[in-house]
Design a protein around this ligand. Structure first.
Ligand SMILES: [Zn+2]
Length: 844
């Protein structure tokens, strides 16, 4: 909750502290009776809200309700006013504590800008589905749109009789109205914050999975998507759900609270969302056989993530967005735990390794911020790599501090105690402390409540033969003398493993690291075969090891995934010929796909003839569908004729949809104009989800050839949404190479798209116009911003700032960082010069 200097890059001008609203008059139940027309994109009907007075003299209520066509309240005993943003209600006579009152709001909304999304007017298949996180429910039903306000829900939804109608809760009835419509009633008898309320309507296909019996209740499980997908596709994509639920309720020893577990996947929803008993997905997640082989495991991981929210987020609800780590970090960590229990330690460590890299990446490229903070421009901003992987790692460290038995019994206690209640970080901390008798205040301060970051270690090791010992020098590079939070080093127990060739047994020593520069000695009878830092992978530390190449090469033989991953990255960082060749040679021996994919990532940071030849070999030899995408992404970093030839060959030989997409972009990056037509023909590709078609446009943008712009402008008329979005960013990328007419044409077309009915197309155009520094678009961007939800405001601000060229503000912290680094280096140089001088003085 601390906006330290380090987190300044996180926010832009206008950020402030946010707090949850008071709930003196608290909505406890909402009965929504709505007629929804997909053709007219309209919602019309009423919301009857039951209010409970939590204190004497409760009179006032302010409901979020943005841009409604019409609002009316006929309930007696109150006055009301609507100002396009809020419905202000004043009761004529105040309620005493414990008293309730029902208020019925009649309203109509047409084409809401957010919250409820509709099929396009030209789409053949009709659908409409909600997606609220973080504050978008207010765009289509009146509510107090913050997580600390939770109501039970009754949905009475009327729409075409040809549609399937779904909502949170238990199915009650469906009645045909005899006028081409039907009314479907769903009852959700759980306290649900507005961001977890959900509906889905449309021409849908369905797969009913096996029912689950838990806690003496039968829970139906089913999946839905628009009916261009088959029931088989749905089963393929989500069919592991029942066994996941079984694992989950057993792991945390708490029953699934819902009356059903349904999932729906609709176009353009852009992610997945853990709505209570009705999880939503972008239909990108629906898989055919080929794409299942490529990213079926990713969909499983997301499936587990959303399921994990059942307890962490849905049943235990954060009292305010600032505590969102209690749900997102948990869901990310539960995904890793599922891998650990179901696929083994290698998978688990690899998941945690990817999490660490994701978090480090955001710290390096963007900002450091406290995991728990209420200072922001909008709540959606918090949902970043600090929150998901960064927070997951903090949970992993807490687990290691407490040990598995204590940690998991504390978590069971936490879930049991707070089920159905609001939670804050302190509730979680106190539960862990109760079970462990540890004082976790320092840990929470260092790792969650301040922008201290993580230990960024440089580790030297020297074997001192005469003394029969090893010497470790450990530096905490993140320490900044002048930063009030980062001036103190982290304190942690670091395990270091030694393997001696003779026996291959890992011998672990523990060191308590407390200083910025810490030196340790360990007695060793001989030079170890290799040394592995944190062999059990318990700490979120980044390690730069300055070990002898020979030790690292030996470490490639570690039976532990983390041992090999660390060696690969260290060897490539050293970059000596021998080191690079060892990594390349290891590829053929490596059985675990995750480690091979890290070879691609690490090796692409080197740039030798051996590297190029290795990538050509990898393109020809790698057959694991899960990692081809990573391989081609890394290959795209090199421009070379041999790579170009290998790419064309592998594309011609036939690739699965995602691999093909990335291979096309890598080919585009070769910028050989002779390949233009080759790539162009993929802009007609009808493959799964139009992956290849969309990527072909991105590939074309890489050719830096503005002569294709007219063709792209023509293609903008396509009905294929995936392609349109891609054409928009391709146009922005290409048009910067032109300084006159062509660029103006592009800007004109993109400005027109700011009126598109699809919000994702509008937002893609906002980004593109920002990248093109289109001054003429500023008034339209400012105008459109007013109609978009508040949580998308930052996208507009950033585009407008780019055009006005205030980008330098963004670069300033980076420059300052560099200056600071230079100063540290100069000081270090100074002190070593002084040391030298001192030595020279002594000798003289
Ligand atoms: Zn989540």
């Amino acid at each position: 909750m601390n906006e330290s200097s380090s987190s300044s890059n996180f926010t832009i001008y206008g950020a402030k502290r946010y707090y949850a609203p008071d709930v003196v008059l608290e909505p406890t139940h909402m009965a929504l009776s709505l007629r929804i027309s997909i053709d007219n994109k309209s919602i019309e009907g009423s919301n009857t809200i039951t209010l409970l007075s939590n204190n004497d003299n409760a009179k006032e209520l302010k409901l979020n309700a943005v841009d409604y066509d019409f609002v009316d309240i006929k309930t007696e005993g109150l006055t009301w006013r609507y100002d396009e943003k809020y419905i202000h209600i004043n009761l004529n006579s105040a309620l005493d504590k414990g008293q309730t009152k029902e208020v019925t709001i009649e309203y109509k909304v047409t084409s809401p800008t957010a919250g409820l999304y509709f099929s396009g007017s030209n789409d053949k298949i009709k659908w409409c589905g909600s997606d609220h996180e973080t504050e978008r429910a207010r765009h289509w039903f009146p509510c107090i749109d913050y997580p600390n306000v939770r109501t039970s829900l009754k949905w009475e939804l009327t729409s075409s009789e040809n549609y399937t109608i779904l909502a949170n809760g238990k199915f009650i009835s469906e009645t045909n109205n005899g006028d081409g419509t039907k009314t479907s009633i769903w009852d959700h008898n759980h306290r649900c914050p507005s961001y977890l309320a959900a509906i889905a309507i449309g021409e849908l296909s369905e797969f009913k999975d096996r029912e689950l019996i838990t806690d003496n209740r039968t829970i139906p499980i089913a999946y839905y998507a628009i009916n261009k997908f088959s029931s088989e596709d749905l089963q393929r994509s989500f069919g592991r759900t029942p066994e996941m639920i079984e694992w989950y309720v057993k792991k945390f020893d708490h029953p699934l609270p819902w009356d059903k577990y349904y999932q729906f996947a609709f176009p353009d929803l852009g992610g997945a969302m853990e709505n209570q008993s009705l999880v939503s997905w972008d239909d990108w997640a629906v898989l055919n056989k080929e794409s299942f082989e490529e990213y079926g495991e990713l969909i499983d991981a997301i499936n587990i993530h959303e399921l994990a929210h059942t307890f962490f987020g849905d049943l235990l609800v954060m009292s305010h967005f600032s505590h969102a780590w209690l749900k997102e970090s948990w869901a990310t960590y539960v995904d890793a735990l599922w891998h650990e229990d179901n696929k083994g330690t290698d998978y688990f460590q690899y998941e945690m390794f990817k999490s660490a890299q994701g978090y480090f990446g955001e710290v390096d490229d963007e900002y450091i911020r406290p995991i728990v903070q209420n200072y922001y421009n909008n709540s959606w901003q918090l949902f970043d790599s600090h929150l998901y992987p960064g927070g997951a790692w903090r949970l992993h460290m807490l687990r290691n501090m407490l040990g598995d038995n204590q940690f998991f019994s504390a978590i069971k206690d936490y879930v049991d105690t707070f089920a159905g209640k609001l939670v804050e970080t302190i509730d979680f901390k106190r539960t862990l402390e109760k079970h462990s008798e540890l004082n976790l205040t320092e840990f929470f301060d260092d790792w969650l409540l301040t922008a201290k970051g993580f230990p960024d270690l440089e580790i030297d090791f020297e074997y001192q033969k005469d003394e029969n010992r090893g010497k470790f020098t450990i530096k905490q590079l993140q320490v900044k003398k002048k930063d009030p939070i980062r001036k103190e080093p982290f304190k942690f127990a670091l395990e270091i493993g030694f393997v001696h060739e003779e026996n291959g047994i890992l011998e672990i020593h523990k060191f308590n690291v407390k200083e910025t520069n810490h030196v340790f000695y360990v007695s060793l009878k001989s030079m170890p075969y290799y040394v592995q830092i944190d062999p059990n992978y318990r700490l979120l530390v980044r390690q730069k090891v300055n070990f002898e190449v020979e030790l690292l090469i030996n470490q490639l033989n570690s039976p532990l995934v983390m041992g090999r991953l660390q060696a690969i990255h260290a060897l490539c960082r050293i970059g000596k010929r021998k080191a690079i060749i060892a990594v390349i040679e290891h590829y053929s021996k490596e059985k675990f796909f995750g480690v091979r994919s890290e070879i691609f990532k690490a090796l692409s940071k080197t740039n030798t003839q051996n590297t190029i030849q290795a990538f050509v070999d990898f393109i020809q030899r790698e057959k694991e569908p899960k990692i081809l995408r990573i391989l081609f992404t890394e290959v795209g970093k090199f421009r070379d004729l041999r790579i170009e030839a290998a790419l064309k060959e592998v594309i011609n030989s036939g690739l699965r949809p995602q691999a093909l997409s990335v291979a096309l972009i890598a080919l585009g990056k070769q910028r050989n104009q002779d390949n233009l037509d080759f790539v162009m023909k993929f802009t007609k590709d009808d493959g799964w989800h139009y992956h290849a078609r969309a990527s072909a446009y991105q590939a074309l943008a890489e050719f830096r050839n503005i002569s294709i712009i007219p063709q792209l402008l023509e293609d903008l008329d396509t009905q294929v949404y995936e392609a349109r979005k891609s054409i928009i960013s391709a146009l922005a990328k290409l048009a910067i190479y032109d300084d006159k007419q062509v660029k103006l044409n592009v800007i004109e077309s993109l400005t027109k798209l700011l009126r598109d009915e699809n919000d994702q197309i509008r937002l893609a155009s906002v980004n593109a116009l920002g990248n093109l520094k289109a001054t003429s678009a500023i008034p339209y961007l400012e105008d459109l911003k007013k109609r978009h939800p508040y949580q998308q405001g930052v996208i507009f601000e950033k585009a407008i700032n780019k055009i006005r060229d205030v980008e330098s503000d963004k670069d300033l912290p980076k420059l300052l960082k560099q200056v600071e680094k230079m100063f540290t280096e100069i000081n270090e140089l100074k002190s070593s010069v002084q040391d030298l001088e001192a030595k020279v003085d002594k000798k003289n």
